[in-house]
Design a protein. Structure first.
Length: 333
């Protein structure tokens, strides 16, 4: 069989295609790479794809348009070495016999660890104390307390791979976990030890709210002033999902009151402008969209896809298969 690797970015190729991964794929497939550091379009993919049985993609790879699919007579497998495949395929790929899979399971663990870290960093006001000590201020043992995590009520908005990891990570801290999702069955909620509730109730009851929904037309702007004003004084809002799920101005307005905290990794506009109002707020911890940056896990994205392709070739079930129903709930990039 023959596999095309559509990764033109030199840094990503160096990161993903280390010798062990190359050798693993070479043990059961011929390998071709697109030109390095050159723009490679869907039109160029259309010209080449008829010679391949499999294609491995990642961020920046060209999209499988209808024209590409029409020429992909041999193609049986598209493996995306990243999370959402919405930037790589359209719905019409599910009308073919092509198996679509992604490394979302790997990336989700990295993002979950980031969310878990932000929950603790925000609940302990690490950003505030770090800023104040650099200005010559020390803590006041007679007065100061922090929110903390142990025995708190934590609300998770959205249910998927990331939420499942975060739930498991939080369990040793004797927390009560609320979950807002229409995709978690009562049986699964019981197994995970979470309570499913509606969105406004979650915001009212939680000490900490962490956002994990995918960004779709249905979820855009779903968190606004109505929800944010329901947060209790001293509560923490964490977002490692996507910025547009939250009405950013509503979040800014609530934060300006000084009664809540936020820990954010995603924003409406990225990169975040240096003069953005969020960066000047003492009750906000801002990160530059680093949720997927875990060094070991990021390096394993395409290695996971090579394993997926090997499973497919051997007739085994692939672990990251994307279905049409799942595709319709994906963030578009």
């Amino acid at each position: 069989m023959k596999t095309l690797i559509t990764i033109a970015n030199a840094e990503l190729r160096d990161l993903f295609w280390q010798e062990a991964t190359r050798n693993k794929l070479a043990s059961f497939s011929e390998i071709d790479f697109i030109p390095l550091n050159e723009a490679f379009t869907s039109d160029e993919l259309c010209e080449r794809i008829d010679a391949y049985d499999a294609c491995i993609t990642t961020w920046g790879s060209p999209k499988f348009t209808s024209e590409v699919l029409a020429r992909a007579e041999r193609l049986k497998f598209i493996g995306h070495g990243a999370g959402s495949v919405a930037s790589i395929v359209n719905e019409d790929v599910f009308d073919t016999s092509i198996t679509v899979t992604s490394a979302n399971k790997v990336l989700a663990l990295s993002t979950a660890e980031c969310a878990f870290s932000l929950i603790f960093a925000g609940a302990w006001d690490f950003a505030g104390y770090s800023s104040r000590i650099k200005q010559g201020q020390w803590s006041n043992n007679s007065r100061d307390t922090v929110l903390g995590v142990t025995r708190r009520v934590i609300g998770l908005v959205g249910f998927g791979e990331i939420s499942k990891h975060v739930i498991r990570m939080l369990q040793p801290f004797n927390v009560k976990i609320l979950l807002q999702s229409s995709y978690c069955s009562p049986e699964e909620a019981d197994t995970l030890g979470v309570e499913v509730c509606e969105l406004n109730e979650l915001f009212e009851r939680s000490d900490i709210v962490s956002l994990h929904n995918t960004w779709t037309p249905r979820t855009q702007g779903m968190i606004g002033a109505e929800q944010l004003r329901r947060l209790r004084d001293g509560a923490l809002f964490v977002n490692t999902a996507r910025g547009p799920i939250v009405k950013e101005q509503a979040l800014v307005n609530e934060l300006r009151k000084g009664r809540i905290f936020a820990a954010l990794d995603v924003y409406d506009q990225e990169p975040l402008p240096a003069d953005h109002k969020l960066l000047a707020m003492p009750n906000v911890l801002c990160l530059p969209h680093i949720g997927g940056f875990h060094g070991l896990l990021k390096r394993e994205l395409c290695d996971f896809i090579v394993d997926e392709l090997h499973r497919y070739v051997k007739g085994e079930d692939v672990l990251g298969r994307v279905t049409l129903d799942q595709y319709r709930r994906l963030t578009p990039w």
